[in-house]
Write a protein that binds this ligand. Structure first.
Ligand code: NAD
Length: 386
């Protein structure tokens, strides 16, 4: 059987744009049963040099500095939206209008209003979508979900989620779009906890209500000196500007199931580098996953011989592990989670059935972040709309 060609259009050639591209490329090898051969058609970036790199380094056939060229290209079947947050709504609405299924990075919109518009546009156009909630795809998370679903942990009582990173811990870190309310929306609530809210929802169900507090501790940063500075770039000596969104957030939550939980996040933590942890506790056991030790799941079951955690090393049989490594103990990496995401997106496009996290999941995370922001302002509990 000859493979079906899927024309890929990319909008924004930054960290995520490059990673989406590598992920599409891996589909024929990692997911041969999809019978899909991605064709890298056209990439857009506002910075001409970055757009050109998409041709020279990534293998796109053509490039442009105008995203509209991607959406109007008849060879493009699917679109990746990997732009900074403030452009997501414009690009997603345009993709929906052009009838192109899109894979959009998180946070989907800068706020709930934008996320509602994006979700509605995709639904009205009848498009399948994907949102960049890659941590769902870790085999350890798949195994955790399986354990929870088959009742191994008993009734879920509480959840602890903490997303602690150090990417902004240096006061000389450049003031890129991520620190501006106009271009990013919220700070860690959207940037990091969108993943946390999604992961907790994926494992234990919908969040009903939250109470939160937030803080900004590095209140000024220097503007970047180069056009393609990232949030990992340093910018000593540039013009100082105010940081407009939160560095740290603490959220407590009630889930629809009756479970309760905490969500903690920082982008200025010193020590944890990308320590993204979820712990789920039940009446019969608990589990703990840390992205920094992505290939392990710590599990403790009352029925086990010993209390305390057992480290379960990911092996063939856990989630999609076997697609990447033949034997347990050999590690998968972050990029592999995105390869799975690409496959879920493309499978959604090919089958017409939504397999990847959708715009509705993007909206659910936005609602949790928005409720947390409102709670931090009002100092009251805020219910999430249904
Ligand atoms: N899923 C994850 O774990 C994850 C990780 C990192 C970033 N992200 C998300 O991915 C998105 C992009 O983040 P990034 O780290 O790749 O950013 P980045 O800064 O590395 O890249 C952004 C790119 O967008 C380009 N751009 C700016 N304006 C544009 C325009 N008008 N048209 C086309 N391109 C334009 C920039 O030139 C740059 O190349 C953000 O929404 C971010 O939250 C998700």
């Amino acid at each position: 059987m000859s493979a079906r060609t899927i024309g890929v259009g990319l909008i924004s050639v930054g960290w995520m744009g490059r990673l989406h591209t590598r992920s599409y490329k891996s589909i024929p090898e990692r997911f041969p049963e999809l019978g899909v051969r991605p064709r890298l058609v056209i990439a857009a970036d506002a910075v001409a040099e970055a757009a050109q790199q998409a041709v020279d380094q990534l293998g796109y056939e053509r490039c442009t500095t105008d995203y509209r060229d991607v959406l109007s290209d008849p060879d493009v079947d699917v679109v990746s939206i990997c732009a900074p947050n403030f452009l997501h709504k414009e690009f997603a609405l345009a993709a929906a209008e052009a009838g192109k299924p899109f894979w959009i990075e998180k946070p989907m919109g800068r706020n709930v209003a934008e996320s509602v518009e994006i979700a509605r546009a995709a639904s009205d156009a009848g498009l399948v979508t994907a949102v960049g909630f890659n941590y769902r795809n870790a085999p350890a998370v798949s195994h955790a979900r399986e354990l929870i679903e088959r009742g191994a942990l008993g009734m879920i009582t509480n959840v602890r989620t903490s997303f602690l990173a150090d990417y902004s811990s240096d006061p000389q870190g450049a003031l890129t779009w991520r620190f501006e309310r106009e271009r990013a929306g919220s700070g860690v609530l959207g940037d990091l906890l969108s993943h946390g809210f999604d992961l907790a929802t994926f494992l234990v169900g919908e969040i009903d209500e939250v109470s939160a507090t937030t803080g900004t501790y590095i209140t000024e940063r220097a503007k970047p000196t180069s056009a393609n500075a990232s949030h990992f770039s340093k910018s000593a000596g540039g013009e100082m500007k105010t940081v407009e969104n939160e560095d740290v957030a603490l959220v407590i939550a009630k889930f629809a199931s009756g479970a309760i939980g905490t969500f903690e996040s920082s982008r200025i933590a010193i020590g944890p580098r990308a320590e993204y942890v979820i712990e789920v506790y039940g009446t019969e056991g608990s589990l703990r996953w840390d992205f920094q030790r992505m290939n392990e799941l710590q599990v403790s079951l009352r029925s086990g011989e010993n209390y305390g955690y057992t480290d379960v090393y990911m092996s063939p049989g856990h989630g999609d592990f076997a697609r990447f490594q033949p034997g347990g103990g050999t590690s998968m990496g972050f990029d592999d989670l995105k390869a799975i995401e690409a496959a879920l997106f493309v499978e959604s496009v090919v089958t017409g059935e939504q397999k990847a996290p959708s715009v509705h999941d993007g909206l659910a995370a936005a609602r949790a972040a928005d409720a947390a922001e409102r709670s931090a302002e009002s100092r009251e509990w805020v219910a999430l709309p249904r």
